[in-house]
Ligand binder design. Structure first.
Ligand code: G4P
Length: 525
């Protein structure tokens, strides 16, 4: 096997999907501890809820910190793991969704006391677009959680994915004793208060081992009974079904107690796919092809006081990046020499010499790179599957100085090209409506309009509940649709027809009435 192939097949690129407070930050910290990127847990900066929202510089500073933790690469179990951060809390935005298009697998973290929550449902929908394989971690076993069987049922019912428990919890809360690993036939015993370290393993081989009864008393008999029930009612792990996104292996543990996280990581590096082939407009590109290709999935402000530029995050799809190499910016038809791509090790950003398919590199960007752009070694192709997502929050944008309407429109369109927000121009009014996936984006846009376009804007509430991009093969019918629904029809920043619905009921009715019109929740760049 060539060095290129073995490097690429060794890559595991994943992201965490979870609802705020389920434990993503805590688990990231423990994962980095196992990846030997940090000496002791407690150094990953919390990224939640601490924005001084209206202060742009403060926001840049906060986001600057998260640039360094946007991608974390570390060795684990003989593999090279890339963990991509999915902004949550106020930072939640289209970037969160689009990051999921740049990974090959995902880790779903669920708070065992709460079960499946809203944000997780939404993020799972995005994973479904590419049938991304999902590993599940049921967190917070050191608390009084819900019945584990009930939790699995909920995942199966709500998220429509089969569950295959790989580990099973013994007790919960103060009585949490550890987990039984179904595939290894071993019990791992939990000891509280050691969450900041990698603990010595306390293992008992075999389920019928009398040592187990000595260690956990009557809970051992309960465990044996419960497992019989569980095995009867749940699915066995099946690698192919996992790779097809149809089944998720489930691990139980506590991120805070750093228990079970390593079982999950072991499963992830063993089963999760190495970089997968990617679809372009004219062919599929296998990861192990010699020539470099990649696409941009995120653009982020860079917190370098010397250069206040932006960083374009490129997922390498094939071949390798080498310092100084020439890349073709396909959309602009221009070749550029790249000498200073960035990589993002935990808490530290450094220049790198080479990177392989599956890795992420950061390119400095002064406005010429957009979300969805493809880079190659000269081939004319464009990667697919890097969509815009229908916004879920809307505001009408009003100017303090009405004379600056042109500058406002230009600013909004350019910012929407960067990909974090969408702008809509209703056909029946002169309104400008801004749509976003996360609420912080409105503050970001207002601050950037002021700084970069010298326009000050105010937001008003607007009665739009959701938006869909609309298309129809029958031109005549499409014209009629647009005429009859003129109050709801708008053009987006890229001049695509959209339907702005005041309520979900309205949207459902419109979809029923116009079966030949396609209403899309995502739109390709
Ligand atoms: P997030 O990134 O998904 O939003 O979650 P985060 O890791 O910040 O965890 C949210 C809260 O849940 C934190 O407590 C964290 O300590 C706690 N937590 C995470 N994993 C576990 C676990 O396994 N068991 C228990 N009992 N708690 C857990 P907090 O009080 O909100 O924040 P902090 O002040 O401790 O940082």
């Amino acid at each position: 096997m060539s060095k290129l192939t073995s490097e690429i097949e060794n890559r595991r690129t994943f992201a965490i999907i979870s609802h705020p407070d389920a434990g993503k930050t805590t688990i990231t910290e423990k994962v980095l501890l196992f990846g030997k990127q940090i000496q002791e847990a407690g150094v990953v900066k919390g990224r939640k809820g601490k924005h001084a929202t209206s202060d742009w510089m403060e926001m840049e500073k906060e986001r600057g910190i998260s640039v360094t933790t946007s991608v974390m690469q570390f060795p684990y179990g003989g593999k090279v793991v890339n963990l991509l951060d999915t902004p949550g809390h106020e930072d939640f935005s289209e970037d969160t969704y689009r990051t999921l298009t740049a990974v090959d697998s995902a880790l779903m973290v669920i708070d065992g006391a709460k079960g499946v929550e809203a944000r997780t449902i939404k993020l799972m929908e995005v994973c479904r677009l590419r049938d991304t394989p999902i590993v599940t971690f049921m967190n917070k076993m050191d608390r009084d959680i819900r019945d584990p069987i009930e939790l699995l049922d909920e995942v199966e019912d709500v998220l429509k994915i089969k569950c295959a428990p790989v580990s099973w919890p013994i007790g919960m809360g103060k009585q949490f004793k550890g987990v039984y690993h179904l595939l290894e036939d071993k019990t791992y015993l939990y000891k509280s208060g050691l969450g900041h370290t990698i603990q010595e393993e306390r293992v008992i081989e075999g389920l019928d081992n009398p040592e187990l009864d000595q260690a956990i008393g009557s809970l051992a008999a309960d465990l044996r009974d419960e497992l019989e029930l569980v095995l009867g009612a749940s699915h066995e792990f099946d690698l192919q079904e996992f790779l097809d996104g149809q089944l998720t292996p489930v691990f139980f543990g506590t991120a805070l107690g750093n228990f079970g996280v390593d079982h999950m990581l072991d499963g992830l590096v063993e089963w999760a796919p190495s970089p997968l082939p990617r679809e372009t407009d004219n062919r599929d590109v296998p990861a192990t092809e010699d020539k470099f290709t990649g696409f941009v999935f995120k653009i982020q402000a860079n917190m370098d006081p010397q250069h206040r530029d932006r960083i374009a995050f490129v997922r390498i799809c094939s071949g390798k990046y080498q310092k100084g190499m020439k890349m073709r910016h396909v959309r602009l038809g221009r070749d550029i020499a790249v000498n200073n791509a960035l990589t993002f090790l935990a808490g530290d950003r450094e220049h790198l010499e080479e990177a392989y398919a599956g890795d992420i590199i950061g390119l400095h960007n002064h406005g010429t790179i957009q979300i969805g752009d493809t880079f190659t070694e000269g081939e004319e192709l464009k990667f697919r599957g890097i969509p815009n997502f229908a916004p879920e929050l809307f505001r009408r944008v009003r100017l303090r100085d009405p004379m600056k309407n042109k500058a406002l429109l230009k600013g909004l369109v350019q910012l929407s090209e960067e990909g974090a927000t969408q702008v809509f121009r209703p056909q029946n009014s002169n309104d400008l409506i801004l749509g976003a996936v996360g609420v912080l984006q409105f503050d970001v846009v207002a601050a950037r309009l002021k700084n970069e376009y010298k326009v000050e804007c105010i937001y008003d509430q607007v009665s739009v509940a959701t938006a869909r991009w609309v298309t129809c093969d029958n031109e005549k019918m499409f014209e009629e649709f647009k005429r009859k629904n003129a109050d709801n029809i708008a053009l987006d920043g890229g001049d695509n027809w959209s339907y702005l619905a005041p309520t979900m009921v309205n949207l459902n009715l419109a979809m029923e009435r116009w079966p030949d019109v396609t209403f899309l929740e995502t739109r390709e760049h």
